[in-house]
Every structure is written in structure tokens, then in C-alpha cells.
Design a protein around this ligand. Structure first.
Ligand code: UD1
Length: 416
């Protein structure tokens, strides 16, 4: 089991370039199945979830080359329509391949994404969107079999603006006959990035970021080149890390408006923030003060993924900070571990109450999910002494070489 060791108690100092977005690159890799030639995806982060996507593409028969942060995918040799159970279990977001495989081959066979990291993660909206486009879906014995000799445009109405369901609907619709309208779609920046990529593949798609997305399907054109947007959740995590440790951190290569709700929260905690066109600098002189309740919501609301790192940053803020989690049931998996470092957090249902403590101490803790693991690292930076974060593989799903990044900012951190 991988361990990330982090020594806390010293301020961070330095500049860091924000990696490409995990939540953008995964659906874009799935979308590369729809191309008529080779696509080159740049600014791909070096993450285990990206490795799993590469394995899925290769399993399907695609030629995949990786050179630094670029991934070239040629789907012309695609000769399979299934994703093996072991790959489905390794990455919950492998479900976003469903719409693309179906659109490309008229058939898709996969299983339910395994585990329950954040509580139930249903895919009913994904399936009803595909059914609306004409897919016949059989769900028996944990298997999902989708068939559609021909997908047809339709009206997809999402009861909840699910990111993954919006992506699956866009992917399938881009090879359906006629127009598809997706009502109440997710408005996250990753949806606009997928729209940009699909346009490069010749799909007539518009409306991302707004209340309705329109997609007019078309046949595969050639390849495309695309640079993935910077990861707003990673940027948000670095802001939280700076709050926890104190010091000065400059984030470069980011899109500040994508994580403005988090920037406002760290400003309220007491950080001094300077926003540039593609950079954000933060200067933190402790002590911090508690902030108004933080309630997670779909974009542009406060992101559920940034909630655990912000909670970790608020552990030593004077006063009481309340968190309300509205997207996933089990986002508070890291709380018991944070308590081992001396945190005072009480959870009741969707609400967590953080009472600021004067200090935290290093501890041996266990990450049980990606953002919860990041929260443990953020807390460790502000704790006296050494912390060992077991289960660090969760962190590597979303953060590129976190030990090296922390060292770059002057922290003592290593991965073993
Ligand atoms: C994506 C992100 C994840 C982020 C989440 C919310 C990726 C790879 N992951 O996950 O990091 O935390 O968006 O911003 O992009 N729901 C249903 N039925 C469905 C689908 C979703 O009820 O068929 C519910 C979920 O239980 C949850 C809410 O909708 O309460 C939002 O989930 P969704 O937006 O689908 O999250 P993901 O796409 O899985």
C-alpha cells in the first residue's frame, strides 16, 4: 500500500503550474473513439485514472501512444465493444465510455462501476439518456448491455445536472441522426471542454455552460488536436494547502474563474489573493478565521470535490465553520482520520461542524477516497510533525506526483 509522508509546520513558498484536468481528459479520451483518424490530446495529467483510460482504449483495439503529457489515440482499429469488469472497477468514471462505444459500434457491454467510495453513485440518468436516443438497454446480473443499430436525436431531460450523464448524452448524440437537446445539463467547465473537442471532430454542438445543450450528430471526420483545460480542483486544493501551511504560493497556467467560489472561501479564511489572467497568488499569514457556511452545489456553486480540502484548511481557523454536502452522501469519510490529527469536527447527516483548534499534530491516517486523501495531505501540512497517509493510491488518481509538487513548494514530503 502506498504511503505519502508529509511533514507539517513550515510555510509553503513557491510557484506551481496547475496540471491538466482529470475530469476533462477522461471524457475526451472516451470521445476520441468517435474520431475518423488520430487525435492528439495535450496537457494530459500523469494519473492512474488516465492509465486506466489508456488500458480501456487499448482493450477496445485503439492504437495509443503517450509522449510526455500528450496522448495520441487512433480508433480506426477498434474491434471490441466491451469493457472488462476489472477495468470498470478500477475507475468509476469508466462509465463515460458507454455512450462513446455505443455511438461508434451500435453495441456496448460493460458492468456497473464498482465500490461505493462516496455513497451510492447511480447511473440511472446515464441509462435513461441513452434510451431516449434509441438504445435498448438490458441490465441483468450486474452487466449492462446497450444496443442501438441506429441512434436517433431526442429530448434528454436530466432530473439532476449530472456531469457524467451529460457527457454520455453528448457522446451518444454526436453520432445520432438529427438533433438532441439536453435539458438541465451539468454546467461544469469540463462540459465546455468536451464540447470544444467534439466540435473539432466535426460535431455541431452548442450550449455548454447554459441551460440546454444542442447536439447535431454527424459521421466521423478526421482526427483532431486538443489541449485539456487546467484542473480547477487541483488549483483549489493548492489554495487550501497554502491556507493550512501558511506562506506564499503562486499557481500558474490556471483559469481563475473556474475556481472562484473556492478562492472567495480562502479569502474569507484570511488569505490575501491576487488574481491574474491565468494565475492566482495567495499569501497566508496565520491565524485564520472561521467562515460562513459552505454549501456544495453544481457549478458555479462550491464544488463538492473542493469541500474536503477546504475543511482541512479550516481546522485551525478561529471559530466554527459549517459545511453542508449536497451532492454526495459520504463526502465526510476523511473526518475520522482528521480527528486523529487533533481536529474537532462533528458530522450529522449532510452537515459537518468544524470547531477551530489551536494546533494539529502529525498522525498515521488512511485515505479512503481521492479528495478525502487530498484533505489529509492539506491537514498534514498544517500539523506539527510527520504524518503518514496510507492508501495514497487514492490521491494518485487525481494529483500528479504530489510528493514532488510539495517538495517544489518547500515541504518535506515523500511517497513510499
Ligand atoms: C463528476 C466528477 C466528480 C464530481 C462530480 C460532481 C468526473 C470524472 N467526476 O462525477 O469528481 O464530484 O461530477 O461535480 O467528472 N446522479 C444520479 N443518477 C445518475 C448520475 C448521478 O442520481 O445517473 C446523482 C449523483 O448521485 C450525485 C449527483 O447526481 O448526487 C451528481 O453526480 P454526477 O454529476 O453524475 O457525478 P459524476 O459524473 O459521477
Amino acid at each position: 500500500m502506498k504511503i505519502l509522508s508529509v511533514e507539517g509546520g513550515r510555510p509553503l513558498e513557491g510557484s506551481i503550474r496547475v496540471q491538466g484536468s482529470k475530469n476533462s481528459v477522461l471524457p475526451i479520451m472516451a470521445a476520441s473513439l468517435l474520431a475518423g483518424g488520430e487525435t492528439v490530446i495535450r496537457n494530459c495529467p500523469d494519473l492512474s485514472d488516465v492509465d486506466v483510460s489508456v488500458r480501456i482504449l487499448r482493450h477496445l483495439g485503439c492504437a495509443v501512444r503517450r509522449e510526455g503529457g500528450a496522448i495520441a489515440v487512433d480508433p480506426r482499429g477498434m474491434d471490441r465493444s466491451d469493457i472488462p469488469d476489472c477495468l470498470m472497477r478500477e475507475m468509476r468514471s469508466s462509465v463515460v465510455f458507454m455512450g462513446a462505444i455505443l455511438a461508434r459500434t451500435g453495441f456496448a457491454r460493460l458492468s456497473y462501476p464498482g465500490g461505493c467510495e462516496l455513497g451510492p453513485r447511480p447511473i440511472d440518468l446515464h441509462l435513461s439518456a441513452l434510451r431516449e436516443l434509441g438504445a435498448e438497454i438490458d441490465e441483468t446480473g450486474g452487466r449492462i448491455i446497450c444496443r442501438a443499430a441506429r441512434l436517433k436525436g431526442g429530448m434528454v431531460r436530466l432530473a439532476t445536472p449530472s456531469v457524467g450523464a451529460t457527457e454520455n448524452a453528448m457522446l451518444a448524440a454526436s453520432r445520432a441522426e438529427g438533433e438532441t437537446l439536453i435539458f438541465n445539463p451539468a454546467r461544469e467547465p469540463e462540459i465546455a471542454d468536451l464540447q470544444d473537442f467534439l466540435r473539432k471532430l466535426g460535431t455541431d454542438v452548442s450550449g455548454a455552460g447554459g441551460p440546454v445543450i444542442s447536439v447535431r450528430g454527424g459521421g466521423p471526420t478526421g482526427g483532431a488536436e486538443h489541449t485539456v483545460i487546467p484542473d480547477r480542483i487541483v488549483a483549489a486544493t493548492w489554495l487550501c494547502a497554502a491556507c493550512s501551511a501558511g506562506g506564499r504560493v503562486e499557481l500558474t497556467g490556471c483559469i481563475p474563474e473556474h475556481f472562484e467560489s473556492v478562492t472567495e472561501a480562502v479569502e474569507a479564511l484570511g488569505a490575501e489573493v491576487k488574481r491574474g489572467a491565468d494565475s492566482v497568488s495567495v499569501r497566508v499569514k496565520r491565524p485564520l478565521r472561521a467562515i460562513r457556511p459552505v454549501s456544495t452545489a453544481p457549478y458555479p456553486g462550491f464544488p463538492t470535490d473542493a469541500q474536503p480540502p477546504l475543511m482541512a484548511a479550516a481546522l485551525r481557523a478561529a471559530g466554527t465553520t459549517v459545511f453542508v454536502e449536497n451532492i454526495f452522501e459520504n463526502r465526510y469519510g476523511c473526518v475520522e482520520e482528521l480527528k486523529r490529527m487533533g481536529a474537532d469536527v462533528r458530522v450529522s447527516g449532510r452537515t459537518a461542524i468544524v470547531c477551530g483548534v489551536p494546533s494539529l499534530h502529525g498522525a498515521s491516517v488512511r485515505a479512503t477516497d481521492l479528495r478525502g486523501g487530498a484533505a489529509l495531505a492539506v491537514a498534514a501540512l498544517g500539523a506539527e510533525g510527520m504524518s503518514e497517509i496510507h492508501g495514497a493510491a487514492h490521491i494518485l488518481r487525481g494529483y500528479e506526483r504530489p510528493d514532488e509538487a510539495l517538495k517544489l513548494l518547500g515541504a518535506n514530503a515523500f511517497l513510499s
